[in-house]
Design a protein around this ligand. Structure first.
Ligand code: F6P
Length: 388
């Protein structure tokens, strides 16, 4: 039987899949793109997909440059084995990325104004002209949301989730998260000693958008005395009370780990910047400084704030992230070969599986309030800045 995975043959591919057999595509070309914010482990996943595709299935691999920007403007290059060898430990993405380039809402500068145009037809036409059997989109909710639309417009897609925030619906974990937590933990450890010497309150603000995964894990790993996450609005009085309680117990310093998306009871998040061109235009940041001023005033203790920001996204991935990225990348190639398009590879309950691409569009995945790590930290006397 014909075994190409061309656009017109997708239903045939699907019925072949239903028969439970693996098959090799006749047209053997796939493309990869990386979209949205970078994170450690992206190069590891590019390497895994490309090496397995080349070595095990003899596929040709194309790298699209700078995410959807490259798809819209036809910027791509063929990836050879040497291009993807030696990149396992390197941070960032060798393909480049963009978190503003959306084919369905493409920002165009007209005079002093920015107007948004739908250039998706061009992007789809470029994908088809490339003669690819599958476009592998490595990204977060923005990138994979766009991918699900491209899929509906005839581009066969396999999605691979990535973000330091660990906040994607449909998967329990994303690579990049473990590295971000490790970097934040090391920073907290270093800040601990200077906090102790100066008898200060030290506030460490970490990224994470509207979810508190990084703050929770790094806060626990770094022994934070107060951990503030978006899921639990904080009371400044409760935080000050905790600082006082520690002082009474002989601890003249306190470590506060705060997520950039944390907010006070009845209050709002702190917006650092609005990036009009972006599909997700709000950039958070700065809540640590506001909290610092308030806390110094109320508690009388000298307070300093450190914002870790993009430091959490750079550099070499941890061993765990390299392993996860390698596993996901290798399994994603199996999905391609089986014709399982329109889906994102995912980790659920410790197993690698896949979910429909649309799943990620369901908004951020918050830390559940009954998360065992919250209970464990509370049991150790950690405050979450609430009145409990
Ligand atoms: O989603 C990853 C992330 O680093 C968030 O934690 C952060 O809020 C955002 O991206 C920052 O985006 P940018 O790189 O556009 O400043």
């Amino acid at each position: 039987m014909g075994m190409d995975l061309g656009y017109k043959r997708m239903s045939a591919a699907a019925s072949f899949l239903a028969s439970g057999e693996n098959f090799m595509p006749q047209q053997k070309r796939i493309a990869l793109l990386t979209g949205g914010g970078d994170c450690p482990g992206i190069n590891a996943v590019i390497r895994a997909v490309a090496k397995k595709a080349m070595l095990e299935y003899g596929l040709e691999v194309i790298g699209i440059e700078d995410g959807y920007e490259g798809l819209i403007h036809n910027r791509h290059r063929k990836l050879g084995y040497d291009d993807v060898s030696g990149i396992l430990t390197i941070g960032g993405t060798i393909l480049g990325t963009s978190n503003t380039s959306n084919p369905y809402r493409y920002a165009v500068q007209k005079g002093t104004e920015i107007v948004f145009e739908d250039v998706s037809k061009k992007a789809v036409a470029n994908a088809k002209a490339l003669g690819i059997d599958c476009l592998v989109c490595i990204g977060g909710d923005g990138t994979l949301g766009i991918a699900s639309h491209l899929m509906k417009h005839g581009v066969p897609i396999v999605g691979i989730p990535k973000t330091i925030d660990n906040d994607l619906q449909g998967t329990d974990i994303t690579f990049g998260f473990d590295t971000a937590v490790s970097i934040a933990t090391e920073a907290i450890d270093r800040i601990h000693s200077t906090a102790q010497s100066h008898h200060r309150i030290m506030i460490i603000e970490v990224m994470g958008r509207r979810a508190g995964w990084i703050a929770l894990y790094a806060g626990v790993a770094g022994g934070g005395d107060i951990i503030l996450i978006p899921e639990i609005p904080y009371s400044i009085d409760a935080i000050a009370a905790k600082v006082r309680e520690r002082k009474k117990g002989g601890k003249r310093f306190s470590i506060v780990v705060i997520a950039e998306g944390a907010k006070p009871e009845g209050g709002n998040v702190v917006v650092r910047q609005i990036i009009e061109k972006s599909a997700d235009p709000i950039r958070l940041g700065g809540v640590g400084f506001i909290l610092g001023e308030q806390l110094e005033r109320i508690s009388g203790a000298e307070t300093r704030t450190v914002v870790l920001g993009h430091l959490l996204r750079g550099g070499s991935p941890t061993a765990n992230d390299r392993v996860l990225a390698t596993e996901l990348g290798a399994k994603a190639v199996d999905m391609i070969v089986r014709g399982e398009f329109g889906r994102m590879i995912a980790v659920r309950g410790g197993a690698i599986t896949s979910v429909p691409l649309e799943t990620v569009a369901g908004g951020p995945r918050p830390v559940p309030l009954d998360h065992p790590l919250i209970a464990a930290a509370r049991a150790l006397g950690t405050s979450f800045g609430d009145r409990k």
